[in-house]
Design a protein around this ligand. Structure first.
Ligand SMILES: Cc1ncc(COP(=O)(O)O)c(C=O)c1O
Length: 448
């Protein structure tokens, strides 16, 4: 007999690491905390995977799911509808910025991104601009793993083994101001430069071939790159100038993560499409969506036309019921306002860590932060691949978990610790996060 986990293939996991040890197994959650199979408690500093926005253990979400499964467990949205999808689409359309009024449900984020690219391509064919098929996205950005979404993703290590990818994925610089290649002393000028890089890429490719620009409000991979002031407004102008769609990939940044229902509202820009998932149900059941503007659905409403795309479980009745109950919690507990009120305290609590020389940069928005670790704060010198491996996988990932904090130590770019806890967290959890990080990072410094 092998181990209990011998048949489980985990995602993005170096499974050899568990050859001689147990896989951490999480069995229960309550609020901002989870417990493992040995009965140990952890602060869930990542809300599962940027997902459990209302916190764990919400009986009313479990009950909404059970009630719906009893009433109508499943029916597709292929030429038919069911009440919970109708109601949720209506409620979501009421929360989105501007005229993003059409909700195409998926089961997750990659499918939402994939759907948005397919919509952009199909839309332009229908309106007589058939050459428009390329997408512009940012270096290091993560937009999912299906082949289309992976072509939009800019993490070299995730792409290499699956090449050739879908053609037409163009990469531009991200908004990593800490390591700005230009205008490192002027945030606004840096933002102008980074936005103009999108214009230059569109010009290079030929505007008539570019369909869409995909951007996260705050880029996750690389460790929370917020947008400089005016960046999104300038990108919007650029997209309008070249007739290119602006897709706001809010798989993480919607549902209160930045203190508004949608990240675009936090930054005050109007996308043509929003892609979302994760916090839409706070993870109690899988659901994602592509939300499109009135203009984009228009050609598909004509006689004999359709968007030739669908997913069996997209808009699953149980997930839609949970999505509605999740929104009830958001409204009753005023969670977006709660995030706006407490985010400055979260930030300033994390900024106390600046007294540790290994902490280079603390950045983010709302309840979404990245802490970049450096060898030398003065010079911003980063770790080489071997040091980073030793620091991240050899020490931090395990040490943080053993100290009672589940979060992510990541080196898709420079080494960062990522935090994205439940939106219900208050100073008590911010302090707990800071204290655990202080202890573990102090020990990490002594290893270097
Ligand atoms: C911005 C963004 N887009 C897309 C995805 C892919 O979502 P999923 O894992 O649900 O397919 C993610 C996942 O983290 C994401 O952060």
């Amino acid at each position: 007999m092998g181990k209990e986990t011998d048949h489980l293939w985990m995602h993005f996991t170096r499974m050899a690491a568990y050859r001689d040890g147990d896989v951490p197994t999480i069995v229960r959650g309550e609020g901002a905390y989870v417990w493992d199979s040995k009965g140990r408690r952890y602060l869930d500093g990542l809300a599962g995977l940027f997902t459990v926005n209302v916190g764990h253990g919400r009986s009313e979400l479990a009950e909404a799911a059970a009630k719906q499964a009893h009433e109508l467990a499943y029916f597709p949205l292929w030429s038919y509808a069911h009440p919970k999808a109708i109601e949720l689409a209506d409620r979501v359309a009421g929360l989105t910025p501007g005229d993003l009024n059409r909700v195409f449900f998926t089961t997750g984020g990659s499918e939402a991104v994939e759907s948005a690219w397919k919509l952009a391509r199909s839309y332009f064919k229908k309106v007589g601009q058939p050459l428009r098929h390329k997408v512009v996205s940012r270096y290091l950005a993560y937009h999912g793993t299906s082949l289309g979404a992976l072509s939009i993703t800019g993490v070299p290590a995730f792409r290499a083994e699956f090449e050739p990818l879908v053609p037409g994925g163009i990469k531009v610089p991200n908004t990593n101001f800490y390591r700005a290649p230009e205008h490192g002393d002027d945030y606004e000028a840096f933002g102008v430069w980074a936005a103009d890089e999108i214009a230059r890429a569109i010009e290079r490719e030929g505007p008539e071939t570019v369909a869409a620009v995909f951007l996260e409000p705050v880029q996750n991979a690389g460790g929370c790159f917020p947008a400089p002031p005016g960046y999104f407004q300038r990108v919007r102008e650029i997209c309008d100038r070249y007739g290119v769609l602006l897709v706001s990939d809010e798989v993480i940044c919607s549902w209160g993560r930045l203190g508004e229902y949608f990240g675009a509202q936090h930054y005050g820009y109007q996308p043509d499409i929003i892609t979302t998932a994760k916090g839409m149900t706070s993870g109690y059941s899988p659901l994602g969506a592509m939300i499109a503007s009135d203009r984009l659905i228009e050609p598909f409403l004509a006689d004999g036309q359709m968007f030739a795309h669908g997913i069996t479980f997209g808009g699953h009745p149980v997930s839609c019921a949970v999505g509605l109950a999740n929104l009830d919690i958001f409204e009753r507990e005023n969670l977006t306002a709660h995030v706006r009120e407490h985010a400055p305290a979260f930030r300033s609590t994390l900024e106390k860590l600046y007294d540790l020389p290994i902490v280079g940069d603390v950045r983010g928005e709302g309840y979404f932060y990245g802490i970049e670790l450096v060898k030398d704060r003065g010079t911003r010198e980063t770790f080489n691949a071997e040091e980073s491996e030793k620091l991240i996988r050899g020490f931090l990932s395990t040490a943080l978990f053993e100290a009672g904090l589940y979060c992510r130590a990541d080196d898709r770019g420079d080494p960062v610790i990522q935090l994205s806890p439940a939106l219900t967290c208050t100073q008590e959890q911010f302090d707990e996060i800071e204290q655990i990080l202080r202890d573990v990072l102090t020990r990490a410094s002594s290893l270097l």
